[in-house]
Structures are given as structure tokens and as C-alpha cells.
Design a protein around this ligand. Structure first.
Ligand code: ADE
Ligand code: ZN
Length: 361
């Protein structure tokens, strides 16, 4: 009981990075209603509770249908600023020090919202987070794989004037029936323009889509990737090259990729030596932010301190920061681990931690 309690505190306090979060999926129902009111728009839901009740999904597509409804309230630059800022304040309270955020411009530009307005609102919140909260960040533009390659190419052209603010491009939305190879020309052009690349693959789709993302889109990370277990040769490659998987446990259960967390393969993948990271995906819809994801898998899979530490370390190493910045995060993690181990030592000897801490800080 006591161990569980300290492990929970450890999870809450450990400095973290998040690498898989759709900013539109962080729109909490309360803010959805507030923004819809000020924009004079109606929602297909009558109350916050009704939105929460609607958060029962059969699969990825049934989630995306509701997600697209919710984002229709976002129209002004201030709206994009507000959802991003709300997310950043939440993760600040969870000791997240670095985040890499996806945004889905086509959902907005297809409704007539200018690309510039979307990206400027998000960027301003990210800048403020660096200054006021000490959270560093990267922004990743996702193409919707259910739309055409022409639409993705047009979106890439719209992004070019904002290259300074956008580090990478990704691929999201309905996976099955939309193989990554279809987007190879867009990803090639994006890389020529200096963008890094990631892609959702192996969430609902097969291991074959992970191969395509690696070989045709040349991605640096796989988003989700949990279906890699179907293919031993793929596992071998992912381990050998330490290609990060941005795993989202609560999302996978909500969308029925796994029946429950006890059946989730995150611990198994970590044990195989894969570079597994833990993330929230769409926290407003899936029951929690990054800390809730860690807490839930710890309990369901009986993860120990070292496994939690390893996944946090993986996420720092998998960021799109430069080597010096990464080292800064890793140093912070090691300092935390040292102080945490000292706390245990002190507790076991019955010495007050405060007395000892003073000599290490
Ligand atoms: N867009 C938002 N969340 C997503 C997910 N889990 N998979 C694919 N596309 C998404
Ligand atoms: Zn996702």
C-alpha cells in the first residue's frame, strides 16, 4: 500500500515530455461551450455532461466523428490560443517540461478558417509557455490521411511561410484503408523543405503500415505502433534502430485497440527493448492527460519505478530537440532520480529529508 502510494507520487513528480497530443483533442467540454457561446455557434450537445456521455466510442472513426464536431467551435485566433494555453497549464501542473503538439489544419481550412490564424494562435501560446511556465515545445502539422494527396500538398504549401514555427509533419485520422505510401510524395517534399516526419501507424492498422511509414515516409517516430508485435522482423528493426513509439494507453482502450489496460502491450514492448514512450493522444476525450496515463498503466500492469523512469528517459531521447537541449532534460531527470533515491534512503533511516536535501541542491 505504502509502495503504491510512493510510486504514484513518483509518477506525478517525475519531469516528463509528451510527444503525441492532438491539440484539438485537448478541448475540454467546458471550454468547448465557452468558445461556442462567444462565437455565437450552436453545438450538437446540450450540456457538458452530454459531451462526456458521448465519449463512448466503438472505434477510431466513431471518435473522429465527435472530435470533428467539437472543433467546429474554433474560429478565432484567440480560440486556438485558449485551447493551447489550457493544455499547457494542465501539463505544467503535471511536471511536463517539454511537449510536441500535433495540429490538424485541414479540419479548419476546409471550414474557411485561414491557416495563418490557426498556427499563429497556437504558436503564441507555445511561446508564452516557454516564457511563463518554462515548458519547451515543438509543433507538428498533421495531414489527414482520409483526405486527398492534393489537399495534403496544398496544406504543405500553406505551411511554408511558417517553417520557423513548425518542426515536423505527421499523418493522422482514419487509418485502415489509408496506407501511408499514398502520402510519400508529400512527405518527400516536406523533407526537402526541412521538416522532420512522423506518422500514425499500427494503431488500428497492420504492422505493414508501420513498414510503409518507415520506408516510404522515412519517419523518425511511429505514433502508436502497438501492432508491431505482429511482425518479429519489424520488432527487430525498431529495437536495433531505437525508433520511438509514441504509445497512448488510455486512447487505445477507449478506441478498443485493447479490451482493457491489463491486456495492453506497453510493458511487453518495453521489455523487448523498444523505445516506448507514454502519451495522452486526445486527453479531453480519453479520460486523462499524461500523468493519468502513467498512473493507469502502472496500476494495471504493475510497472515498477525503473520501467516508468525508462519510458520518461525514452521520451526525452525521442524529442526533436537538439543534443544540448536533450542533455538538459536528461540531466534534469537524473537529478530528480538522485533526489528521489535520497528521499527513500532518508526515510528508511528515519532522518528528515529536508535536512539531507539541503546538501544536494
Ligand atoms: N486524430 C486525433 N486523434 C487521433 C488518433 N488517435 N488516431 C488517428 N488520428 C487522430
Ligand atoms: Zn494520435
Amino acid at each position: 500500500m505504502k509502495t503504491t502510494h510512493t510510486l504514484k507520487t513518483f509518477i506525478r513528480n517525475i519531469p516528463k515530455a509528451e510527444l503525441h497530443i492532438h491539440i484539438e483533442g485537448s478541448l475540454e467540454p467546458e471550454l468547448m461551450f465557452e468558445i461556442s457561446r462567444r462565437n455565437g455557434l450552436s453545438l450538437p450537445f446540450s450540456s457538458v455532461e452530454e459531451v462526456r456521455r458521448a465519449c463512448k466510442f466503438k472505434n477510431l472513426q466513431s471518435f473522429l466523428d465527435i472530435y470533428y464536431e467539437g472543433v467546429r467551435v474554433l474560429c478565432q485566433k484567440q480560440d486556438f490560443y485558449d485551447i493551447t494555453w489550457a493544455y499547457l497549464k494542465r501539463i505544467h501542473a503535471q511536471n511536463v517540461c517539454h511537449t510536441e503538439i500535433f495540429f490538424d489544419p485541414q479540419i479548419h481550412t476546409d471550414r474557411g478558417i485561414p491557416f495563418e490564424l490557426v498556427v499563429t494562435g497556437i504558436h503564441q501560446a507555445l511561446q508564452n509557455a516557454q516564457q511563463q511556465l518554462g515548458i519547451s515545445s515543438k509543433l507538428i502539422l498533421c495531414f489527414q490521411r482520409c483526405l486527398s494527396i492534393e489537399s495534403a500538398m496544398k496544406t504543405l504549401r500553406q505551411a511554408l511561410p511558417f517553417k520557423e514555427w513548425i518542426t515536423g509533419v505527421g499523418l493522422d485520422s482514419s487509418e485502415v484503408g489509408h496506407p501511408p505510401h499514398k502520402f510519400a510524395p508529400v512527405f518527400e517534399k516536406a523533407m526537402e523543405e526541412g521538416f522532420l516526419t512522423v506518422a500514425h501507424a499500427g494503431e488500428e492498422g497492420p504492422a505493414e503500415y508501420i513498414w510503409q511509414a518507415l520506408e516510404k515516409l522515412k519517419v523518425s517516430r511511429i505514433d502508436h505502433g502497438v501492432h508491431c508485435v505482429e511482425d518479429a522482423r519489424l520488432i527487430k528493426k525498431l529495437v536495433a534502430e531505437q525508433i520511438p513509439l509514441t504509445v497512448c494507453p488510455l486512447s487505445n482502450v477507449k478506441l478498443h485497440v485493447f479490451n482493457n489496460l491489463a491486456e495492453h502491450n506497453v510493458k511487453h514492448l518495453l521489455g523487448l527493448g523498444l523505445c516506448v514512450t507514454v502519451n495522452s493522444d486526445d486527453p479531453a476525450y480519453f479520460g486523462g492527460y499524461i500523468t493519468e496515463n502513467f498512473l493507469a498503466i502502472q496500476e494495471a500492469l504493475n510497472l515498477d519505478r525503473h520501467e516508468i523512469y525508462q519510458m520518461v528517459k525514452n521520451s526525452f531521447q525521442a524529442t526533436f530537440l537538439n543534443d544540448k537541449e536533450k542533455q538538459g532534460l536528461l540531466d534534469r531527470l537524473e537529478k530528480f532520480m538522485f533526489q528521489d533515491s535520497q528521499k527513500d534512503l532518508v526515510k528508511n533511516k528515519g532522518i528528515s529529508y529536508d535536512m539531507r536535501k539541503a546538501s544536494h541542491c
